[in-house]
Structures are given as structure tokens and as C-alpha cells.
Design a protein. Structure first.
Lengths: 221, 262
């Protein structure tokens, strides 16, 4: 399963490296989101500094919808996914591979986005360890839930509309917990004992397990 | 066709529900006294908690139906249709919970909405199952739709405790106790407790009645679908060979592209 997962992840990342969708489309989109947040709220530094963690994670959430949609679309176009199954690739491996590939893309996006947040909103950043740990688990949770739901919604003509409706309520705890964990981190609480981090770990583990269990049924169903 | 026993029990439950709801209305609006603190507002208590309970019950039934469909030994399309019927009724009752809660909240708290843990969880629950129902509308063959929606229903149900926990922490880690707790649960007895109990029974009965109706409709819809398909296949068979070839020149390729599970 792990070998299959790595193969799928390498394949997807290679496709991404050649097509550069994340770099050319999703990253600029995330920056646009950061800018229009400043329009919607107040540009006074106090406000933006205060809500910076929430806005950051909201931008990540929006971007993740596009990323997971694309990761699954690679296989549903021309029924490539059926081909993989015929080759005998493990469905759990496909799931994990997709999660890994989306994770790598999202994590890189988050690094650029954080730079954007620092420049545009100017929050005081501290607690790097907590920030990093919560970002890792939040991203895993987002990817695992996202890939599962994206596969559930695939095959629908209204997929682009259906996916956010399905996914956003499900990952709302991630948005909440990641925002709170980052707020704690920004307040210089760098301890890893943070309850929000624990919630993020639970979410990531639960959705990785659910995805690995159900993915084959969704693919073959 | 539905069996005679099913039809009669459905009608009986319908009549009983009507009587129970009528009794709840009479007891709730006229017989029970107004509350010392809340006045007439307290009468919403005979509706709001029972409606919320029914919503949870409905989602519980949806999850059981989903599990029974996913488990290969008990796999039967009926479980999926039951899960769908229950989810639909559940969404209606979640909507009613939010509306009645809002009506109560406006005079009691002075606002239509507050970011209380329970309210927020309920709102998310509403959207989660709206998503489930939207997923069911995606065109697919019945087995595929059943598998996908069963998984979605089950994941939604597993998600509820996580959502609830996160929202509870969100509202309580950084501020005091929730707003709902003090007013609803304690110090209720006599006629009022009886009426509340009656409310629970009558709305559960209404749920059972609606579920049976909705389930029956789902079964009939499925039958219509199957009959239409049979008819189309039959028509296609009767067509002369040459005509069918002309009508679908790329027949084989089309079938190869999308393996049909019908």
C-alpha cells in the first residue's frame, strides 16, 4: 500500500510540476483572498493583526477545495482511475498517494501564504513549534477529508458546487481549531499541550482512517 | 405495491400522531400555566426540545441504515432508501429546531441568534445533512448512489461529536458558561413536565408517520425507475437490427467508456 501511495504521489506531483496549476492559479487566488479580506474588514493594523490566523486558514481552506478537486479530477478524466484499479493498484494506496501529493502542495502554499500574511497584515508571530505542529496536522486533516469528499462528489456534473457544500461543514472544526491554535501560538504560547492541537490530531487521524477504509468502496461502488 | 399491514399501520400512526399533537397543543397553550420568569414564552418548551430530539433520532436512523447497507451481509437497497427518508425528515426537524429556537431566543435573549455551542453545532448539522441530500441527487445508478451516500451519511454522523467538541471549546475555553443551560433543564414538574413528555411522544410519532410516508415514496420512485428502464430495454429490443445500428453508431465505444452497472 505504501509503495502504491508513493507512486501515486510522485505521479501526481510530477503532473503538478509540469502543469503548475497550484503555482499559477491557486496561489494567486489565495493572495487575492488575502487582499479582499482587507477590503471587507478594516485596514487598520489592529483589526487585521487580530484576525490574521483566521483569515490565513480561511484562505487555505478555500485553496484546499481547488487542490483536492484537481487531485481527484486527474483520475476521473478519461476514467484513468478505473485504469489504476485494473492495474491492481491498492485503493488505500491511491487515497494515501493523493493525500500526500495534496499535502505537499498545500504545505508549500501555506509557506508562501504566511509570508503574504506577514507582509500584508503584519501580525506578531511567535510560538513557531506550535504553529508548525498545528499546521502539519490541520493540513493532513484538510487533505484527508478533502480527497475523500472530492471522490464522493466526483462524477457529478455539479461537482464544483457540490464539493464545497459537502466539505466545508465537515472541515469546519479544522478551521476553528487551527485558527485557535495559531492565535495561541501568536500569543507566544509555544507549548505543544494546546487542546486545539489535540483536536487537530484527532481529526487528522479519524479522517485518514475513514478515507483509507472507505476509499475502495467509493472507487469501486 | 405496499402491503396491507404497512398501509394500515401507517394510517393508524397518522391518526394517533394527529390526536397526540392536538392534545399537546391544548395542554401546552391552555391547560398549563405560564412560567413565573418566562411567562407565555415557556410554552415553546413543549415544541422545541421534542423537535430537536426527533432530529437526532432521525440522523441516528440514517446512520443505522447506512451501516446496514455498507455491511455486505445485510446489503439491501431498502436500507439506503430508509436512510435517505430519515435524513430528509431529519433536515426538516433540524430546520424546525433552529426556527423555534430562534423564535424563543429573540424575546428571551434579545437576539435571533447567538454563537452558543449548541446552536452552532445544530446549524452545522443542518448544513452537513443538506450536503448529504444534495449528494443523493447526483445522477448515478442506485448501487453507486447508495454506497456513496451511505459513506457520506456515516462520515457526517462521526463528524458530529468532533464538530460539537470544537464548538464547545470555542465558546467555553475563552468565556463563561453557555446561555442555554440555565433556562431549559431544571425545575420543571407537574403539568408542565407531563406536557413536555407528551410533546416528545407526539413528535416522535409524527416522525414515524412522516418516515413511513417518505420511505414508501422512495420505494415507489425506485420501482418507477426500474420499470422505465425495463421498458426502454424492451423497446430497444423490438427495434429492427439495422435501425439500432444507425441510431447508435458508436455504441460499443460508448459502453466501454462508461461501464454500466445496471
Amino acid at each position: 500500500m505504501w509503495r502504491d501511495a508513493l507512486l501515486i504521489a510522485t505521479k501526481d506531483l510530477k503532473i503538478e510540476f509540469r502543469s503548475k496549476v497550484t503555482l499559477n492559479l491557486i496561489l494567486p487566488f489565495a493572495f487575492v483572498v488575502l487582499i479582499i479580506f482587507a477590503f471587507a474588514l478594516d485596514t487598520s493594523p489592529g483589526t487585521l493583526q487580530k484576525v490574521a490566523p483566521g483569515l490565513f486558514w480561511l484562505a487555505v481552506l478555500f485553496s484546499s477545495i481547488f487542490s483536492v478537486d484537481r487531485a481527484v479530477a486527474i483520475e476521473s478524466d478519461d476514467n484513468a482511475g478505473d485504469g489504476l484499479l485494473v492495474y491492481g493498484v491498492d485503493p488505500g494506496g491511491i487515497f494515501l498517494g493523493k493525500v500526500i501529493s495534496v499535502f505537499v502542495q498545500l504545505f508549500l502554499l501555506e509557506i508562501f501564504l504566511l509570508l503574504g500574511v506577514v507582509v500584508l497584515y503584519g501580525p506578531k508571530i511567535g510560538g513557531w513549534l506550535l504553529m508548525l505542529a498545528s499546521a502539519l496536522f490541520a493540513t493532513i486533516g484538510l487533505c484527508a477529508a478533502g480527497v475523500t469528499y472530492s471522490q464522493l462528489a466526483s462524477g457529478s456534473r455539479a461537482k464544483q458546487t457540490l464539493l464545497p457544500l459537502l466539505l466545508v461543514p465537515v472541515v469546519s472544526p479544522v478551521l476553528l481549531a487551527a485558527t485557535k491554535a495559531w492565535q495561541d501560538a501568536f500569543a507566544a504560547a509555544s507549548s505543544l499541550e494546546d487542546p486545539w492541537l489535540r483536536l487537530l490530531i484527532v481529526f487528522a487521524v479519524v479522517y485518514l482512517a475513514l478515507g483509507a477504509i472507505f476509499y475502495s468502496s467509493i472507487l469501486e461502488g | 405495491m405496499e402491503s396491507r399491514g404497512y398501509r394500515w399501520s401507517r394510517r393508524a400512526i397518522g391518526i394517533v400522531s394527529l390526536l397526540l399533537v392536538a392534545a399537546t397543543v391544548i395542554l401546552g397553550l391552555w391547560i398549563t400555566p405560564p412560567d413565573v420568569v418566562q411567562g407565555q414564552l415557556v410554552r415553546l418548551i413543549y415544541v422545541h426540545p421534542p423537535v430537536a430530539w426527533v432530529a437526532y433520532l432521525a440522523y441516528g436512523v440514517t446512520s443505522i441504515g447506512s451501516i446496514l447497507y455498507l455491511w455486505k451481509r445485510t446489503r439491501n437497497l431498502k436500507w439506503d432508501l430508509l436512510a435517505a427518508a430519515s435524513a430528509e425528515v431529519g433536515v426538516v426537524f433540524t430546520g424546525l429546531t433552529l426556527i423555534t429556537g430562534s423564535i424563543w431566543g429573540r424575546p428571551a435573549w434579545g437576539v435571533w441568534w447567538t454563537w452558543d455551542a449548541r446552536l452552532t453545532t445544530t446549524a452545522l448539522l443542518f448544513v452537513l445533512y443538506l450536503g448529504y441530500l444534495a449528494l443523493r441527487r447526483v445522477p448515478a445508478d442506485s448501487h453507486q448512489r447508495a454506497v456513496r451516500s451511505s459513506i457520506a451519511g456515516l462520515i457526517a454522523f462521526i463528524d458530529v461529536p468532533i464538530v460539537h467538541q470544537s464548538v464547545v471549546w470555542w465558546r467555553t475555553l475563552h468565556q463563561g458558561a453557555t446561555v442555554l443551560n440555565p433556562s431549559l433543564s431544571p425545575k420543571i414538574h407537574g403539568e408542565m413536565a407531563m406536557t413536555l413528555l407528551l410533546g416528545f411522544i407526539s413528535f416522535t410519532s409524527v416522525y414515524a408517520w412522516m418516515l413511513m410516508h417518505r420511505y414508501q415514496i422512495a420505494i415507489l420512485e425506485q420501482k418507477v425507475l426500474d420499470a422505465e428502464l425495463d421498458q426502454l430495454i424492451e423497446e430497444r429490443r423490438r427495434e429492427p437490427d439495422s435501425e439500432s445500428r444507425q441510431a447508435r453508431p458508436t455504441n460499443d465505444v460508448g459502453n466501454f467508456d462508461q461501464p454500466s452497472k445496471v
